[in-house]
Design a binder for this molecule. Structure first.
Ligand SMILES: Cc1cc2nc3c(=O)[nH]c(=O)nc-3n(C[C@H](O)[C@H](O)[C@H](O)COP(=O)(O)OP(=O)(O)OC[C@H]3O[C@@H](n4cnc5c(N)ncnc54)[C@H](O)[C@@H]3O)c2cc1C
Ligand SMILES: C[S@@+](CC[C@H](N)C(=O)[O-])C[C@H]1O[C@@H](n2cnc3c(N)ncnc32)[C@H](O)[C@@H]1O
Length: 660
């Protein structure tokens, strides 16, 4: 288990400037901090000229060691805004071991009134910032910030990106030598795009020599303020004497970057389809969103309330990493929606309803920061939930409930998205470079790129029929709020969940039925849900008068969850199955082989499905992941997590087991 990293511990000097207690160093030199940032980082990387030269649809990727107060990021954003054309994008990736708390960040950034329009947007999105990769979508997607929360040497090796300009800003080398090591500079070189530039405020000789040895050509240049000299450089290429880093396995490699028309079909308008459409639309794509029903969110994504619940593991599994990153991303998107109607951050309490669960919870509480999750004993849990409870549990203060259709509507509202209801796609055909969506003899739409977001229905297409997706029926029960149930103040979960009322109704969920294919709500599953409520809290059961309700009158809805065998979603480009089996047939004899054969991609064909019972957490970030695959951008998740979600994982496993 990794130690939990605290927020930055700051002292404020008599000028109101922050200073790190751990590193005994300043975040920026003094009130000329702004000039210094602009000179050291923006000017030395020629960002004004490079921003001005970006075409519409172009982007520049900046990488930084040490996000700190975000001053460098905000200055870069301001310059970008001043000089880049509409339709160009800025992508900023920054690693930070000790993120500032939100109040500290606000206080530090109040020093720069001229940055206020940018600062305000950053602060509004500075929630849910926890360990690992955290994506922030700013200015309607024109600016993307990916924060890697953790030690630079642990996080950067997980990053898959091509950085055009590096800012090295990790406190003075003498005070923080860990941020200036040969090992870290090797990572900067691995991630550097051809012709990448780099700059830093220090001119320390050994830093310069180590950067040169990593493949950069560094030069001293006159400094500014207290700095006599600083360093700037360019990436010349990977040094010959150093072994080249291992490339991704060909079946997980990036498909050849696309050029030409930026038009896509997204099939299915639940959480996965709407998120995918939103991520592409934010990148300037024209998206046709096809849905068989008359409206968005009519199937699994149509429940009145879903829970933002984090089923974590203390062992840092790919799923657990995905959940922490996905939760942060969804939580930030929700800030754009109407609190109390579309969602509520009332917190989520997971009860320790038996000894095994209590033990699991204790492990989790020590593996994650308390602002993400902490333990409550039974009296504390009761005080938090506002009802009588028999157990304490784990509390997620930033969690809550969401009305999933509201999130879908918000994501599908871009002017770049064409909404096409009543379109039931039965077949996909590739003609020239276009994917055509057909319903019998009717051509519904066509585009060079298609994304399948139809949950388990994607198996109906020949191209994706082999994906191992299963449907699990689930039913929720709607319960009218009573005067006594108004005290319920958080979502409470045991085996089931119940949420504080939305518009006068509580959602109680949910059954799991692996056998039934029928979506008519059943009495048996309503009764099952009431049993789940009784297990959560007999007191709440009484407050809701649940025993006195006529079971025949209970209302609710049922839908299918769609799960994969490893419970991870399926997100990314798809290969042509028969050609794939031929290309990598050798794996059935020797699983360690990595044939040098390029993957036979189905060009322009992608999948976003398999979100199981946690689509609220995984689907929105999967939209960003898919857009990153399509646009050849920095991935919003660690490489290993993106591979764990990759559609090709199943075909590889099958080959290795000799089953194809
Ligand atoms: C009872 C229940 C309770 C749940 N509770 C929670 C919870 O508390 N928290 C949580 O995070 N998650 C929860 N989930 C899971 C969550 O709802 C799903 O993970 C999520 O909605 C999946 O979104 P999706 O877009 O992949 O699928 P869907 O919402 O099912 O959307 C797929 C869409 O594609 C359309 N479609 C399919 N094929 C075609 C085609 N060929 N042509 C045109 N349209 C097509 C369908 O009509 C549908 O609208 C719950 C699910 C259920 C069933
Ligand atoms: C000088 S400050 C960065 C200032 C920042 N660029 C700004 O614009 O405000 C250095 C930052 O590096 C972070 N840091 C120090 N050691 C680190 C490490 N090993 N990994 C990641 N971040 C680290 C510190 O927590 C601190 O926030």
């Amino acid at each position: 288990m990794k130690p939990v990293l605290p927020h930055a511990q700051l002292d404020w000097d008599d000028q109101g400037l922050p200073r790190s207690r751990v590193f005994d160093d300043v975040y920026f030199s003094d009130l000329s901090g702004l000039d210094e940032t602009r000179y050291v980082f923006l000017e030395q990387n020629a960002l004004r000229e490079r921003f001005a030269a970006l075409p519409a649809g172009g982007r520049l990727v900046i990488g930084e060691t040490g996000f700190g107060t975000g001053l460098n990021f905000l200055c870069a954003w301001q310059l970008f805004e001043q000089h880049a054309v509409a339709g160009a994008r800025l992508h900023f990736v920054s690693v930070e071991k000790y993120p500032l708390s939100a109040p500290d960040l606000q206080r530090a950034l109040a020093l720069w009134p001229e940055l206020k329009p940018f600062t305000d947007q950053l602060l509004a999105q500075y929630v849910g910032i926890h360990q690992g990769f955290q994506r922030l979508v700013l200015d309607n997607g024109r600016v993307t910030l990916t924060l890697l929360i953790g030690d630079a040497l642990e996080q950067l090796p997980q990053l898959d990106a091509q950085i055009d300009a590096w800012f090295l800003d990790g406190f003075a080398p003498a005070k923080n030598p860990d941020m200036w090591t040969a090992e870290l500079f090797t990572e900067l070189a691995r991630l550097a795009a051809p012709g990448s530039t780099i700059s830093t405020f220090t001119s320390t000789g050994w830093v310069r020599r180590l950067l040169n040895a990593a493949g950069f050509k560094m030069k001293r240049t006159p400094g500014i303020g207290h700095k006599w000299e600083i360093l700037r450089g360019v990436f010349l290429g990977w040094p010959e004497e150093v072994p080249t880093p291992a490339a991704a396995k060909p079946w997980f490699a990036r498909p050849t970057p696309r050029t030409g028309e930026r038009r896509a079909l997204v099939i299915g308008a639940g959480l996965a389809g709407c998120a995918t459409a939103a991520s592409l639309a934010a990148r300037g794509w024209q998206v046709s969103l096809l849905e068989r029903h008359h409206a968005l969110a009519q199937e699994a994504s149509g429940n009145p309330q879903g829970v933002l619940y984090l089923k974590l593991s203390a062992h840092g599994t790919a799923l657990s990493q995905l959940i922490v990153s996905g939760f942060g991303h969804t939580r930030r998107l929700l800030e754009h929606l109407h609190r109390g109607v579309d969602w509520d951050d009332c917190g989520v309490l997971q009860l320790a309803f038996n000894a095994k669960e209590a033990e699991r919870q204790a492990q989790l509480a020590s593996a994650f920061a308390p602002d993400l999750v902490h333990l409550l004993d039974q009296p504390q849990a009761e005080a938090q939930a506002g009802i009588a409870l028999e157990h304490g549990g784990l509390f997620f203060p930033e969690g809550g409930w969401v009305h999933p259709p509201a999130l879908c509507h918000w994501q599908a509202s871009s002017a770049n998205i064409q909404w096409l209801p009543h379109r039931d796609v039965l077949e996909l055909r590739k003609v020239d470079d276009q994917w055509q969506a057909w319903d019998g003899d009717d051509l519904l739409a066509s585009a060079p790129v298609v994304i399948l977001a139809g949950a388990a229905e994607i198996k109906r297409f020949a191209q994706s029929a082999e994906l191992p997706l299963k449907r699990i029926r689930g039913q929720i029960t709607r319960l009218a709020q009573t005067p006594e149930s108004q005290s319920l103040a958080t979502v409470v979960c045991a085996e089931g969940y119940v949420a504080p009322a939305r518009q006068g109704e509580h959602t109680l969920g949910a059954s799991f039925n692996f056998k039934s294919d029928d979506l008519t709500p059943t009495l048996a599953e309503h009764l099952g849900n009431l049993a789940l409520l009784e297990e959560i809290s007999p007191d709440l059961t009484t407050r809701l008068h649940a025993q006195e309700l006529d079971p025949q009158q209970l209302e609710g809805r049922a839908a299918f969850r769609c799960t994969s065998p490893d419970y991870l979603p399926i997100v990314g480009p798809l290969a042509e199955q028969a050609a794939f089996a031929d290309a990598y047939a050798v794996l059935s004899k020797d699983a360690r082989q990595v044939p040098d054969t390029p993957c036979p991609w189905l060009e322009g064909f992608y999948v976003n499905s398999g979100h199981g019972s946690r689509g609220l957490i995984t689907a929105p970030l999967s939209g960003e992941l898919l857009a990153a695959w399509i646009e050849n951008e920095p991935l919003p998740l660690p490489r290993a997590v993106a591979e764990a979600c990759h559609p090709n994982r199943f075909a590889v496993r099958q080959l290795i087991r000799g089953k194809i």
